[in-house]
Design a protein around this ligand. Structure first.
Ligand SMILES: N[C@@H](CCC(=O)N[C@@H](CS)C(=O)NCC(=O)O)C(=O)O
Length: 361
């Protein structure tokens, strides 16, 4: 199955982007040649031109039960992540909030995707060769891996999915526990409380669980994954559908946040951390890059102040590396930005005062 998109202003005989089920071809106007890219996020586009995110594969759980396959132990697990990635950064935010960043080590990869292996064209997450190469990124301290793909190769000999971050790694069994951030959040929230510096913080408290689940569902569909559906759509219809839903969902959040401090009431919950990682990337990246330009977050008084409120929670600003975020998105998907040029703004100061204390602290 093949789809062809022709950008207006270009000759209809020269396809700008061709998507096949296993690879993407981009016509580079500067080099006058077609570049082939291997499987990654941008290839998950269906015949209808809509973006379709595949499910994660490693779905094991760390448990507080010492007899379980993956028992919660200090210094046993490692979070491989990217400062660019919202899904990975929500896990890092939990490490900071729960005070688990000493018990669970973490490493960020380099922001811009590169070739992961000799012999094929796949591009993905790469570790730097030294700490000096890329501020914020570190070489793999455990396995000496060159790429995230190499970690998946260690964990499984027949894995055929995408090589995504986050990866929660078990140092003892030398394998991947989980590559699904929503599961990792739940583990960090409840299973490590014996070793967490902030065990009392419960971002998924029993009385609010049904509410959090409900909010997560529409926030994920409309906003977290919604921005990707806007950005990776290769036909007008699926883009229109995604962008309409995105702004309906942002409006809904704005309305909720005009009456209470957080999404599920006046207490911070998992739902807020999950929304925050998308909001903090919105004006700098998604507004331009994913064509989400009807309105930016700074134009919504409540959403904007809410973003600043969460950014200013202890530890959270250290999870936001705008340099990595911008360089990754604008530099890693040549089908969307063949030149790799990074727009200058808007450089919002999220540490500026906000008005959310009006709902109490
Ligand atoms: N369901 C996963 C999604 C993670 C994901 O899509 N990560 C992206 C980065 S933002 C990735 O690593 N993509 C690599 C690729 O597509 O090759 C989760 O939430 O943990």
């Amino acid at each position: 199955m093949e789809n062809t998109v022709v950008a207006s202003g270009f000759s209809p005989r020269v396809p700008l982007l061709r998507v096949r089920s296993s690879s993407t071809e981009i016509y580079n106007y500067n080099k006058q040649q077609t570049i082939r890219m291997a499987n990654s996020l941008v290839d998950e586009t269906t015949a209808s031109g809509a973006y379709n995110r595949p499910p994660s594969v490693f779905r094991n759980f760390v448990s507080r039960d010492p007899t379980s396959q993956f028992p919660a132990e200090s210094e046993r697990y490692h979070l491989y992540m990217s400062y660019a990635c919202p899904w990975a950064c929500r896990c890092l935010a939990y490490l900071k909030l729960k005070g688990l960043d000493k018990a669970i080590s973490f490493t960020s990869v380099k922001p811009i995707w590169e070739k992961t292996k000799e012999g094929d064209e796949h591009t993905g997450w790469i570790f730097p060769v030294s700490s000096a190469e890329e501020p914020g990124a570190e070489p793999d301290p455990l396995n000496g891996a060159k790429s995230i793909r190499a970690l998946y190769d260690i964990a499984s000999s027949n894995y055929s999915g995408r090589f995504t971050v986050p990866v929660l790694w078990d140092k003892k069994q030398k394998t991947i526990v989980s590559n699904e951030s929503s599961d990792i959040l739940r583990m960090f929230n409840s299973e490590f409380n014996d070793i967490a510096e902030n065990p009392a913080l419960d971002l998924y408290p029993k009385p609010l669980q049904a509410k959090i689940d409900e909010v997560n569902e529409w926030v994920y569909d409309g906003i977290n994954n919604g921005v990707y559906k806007c950005g990776f759509a290769i036909k007008q219809g699926p883009y229109n559908e995604a962008v309409t839903k995105l702004y309906q969902t942002l409006d809904k959040c704005e309305e909720i946040l005009s009456k209470q401090r957080y999404l599920c009431g006046n207490t911070l919950t998992e739902a807020d951390i999950r929304l925050f990682v998308t909001l903090i990337r919105f004006d700098e990246v998604y507004g331009v890059y994913f064509k989400c330009n009807k309105k930016l977050i700074r134009e919504y008084p409540n959403l904007f102040n809410y973003t600043k409120d969460i950014f200013q929670l202890p530890g959270i600003s250290s999870t936001v590396n705008m340099e990595h975020i911008k360089r990754h998105y604008y530099g890693s998907h040549p089908s969307i930005n063949p030149s790799g040029v990074i727009p200058i703004g808007p450089c919002t100061d999220y540490s500026a005062p906000h008005d959310r204390e009006r709902f109490g602290s």
